[in-house]
Write a new protein. Sequence first.
Length: 168
Amino acid sequence: MTGAIIYTSEDEFDADYKAALYSDAKEIAAENQWWNEPLSFFEDPNEPDLLTGSTKLIRRQFKDELGNSRSIDYRDDMLMGMADYLRIIEILTFYSKEHEFAWLLSYPATPHDKPIGRIIDGEIDPQIFDFLIHEMEALDIKDHDLENQTLHKEIRAKYFNQTGEPIF
């Protein structure tokens, strides 16, 4: 699994329609507690008529304004990033089905982003889940770990206090 994903519609939309979807998605994203970054859309000047977004999934470490840093356990980081990835897939699938269009998911790479898979009219390409399998097997992460909210709270508590501030 990579540290970030990019999601881009394969269909074009007018500005008003995009603004309504972006606003709705922002509300949905605010309802979730994300590990690193929420589902987030932005205007791509190269593709102004497409819905485009990206999310950093993995934290690796965090720093404060004084330069103190703390590394995050790789398994914890991957598990939480995978849980966010699945939530993003769920949200994108809802929009794809509800509005009958396709998404292309990819991850940042040089010189071109690398495709992960597609969501078409609410149908998820199995490659989207294959993207997780190698790391899940290597780190002994089980399917139920990805939805275990108690486990997620325990992991958050290792790194953040009750107000969400990092623990150094």
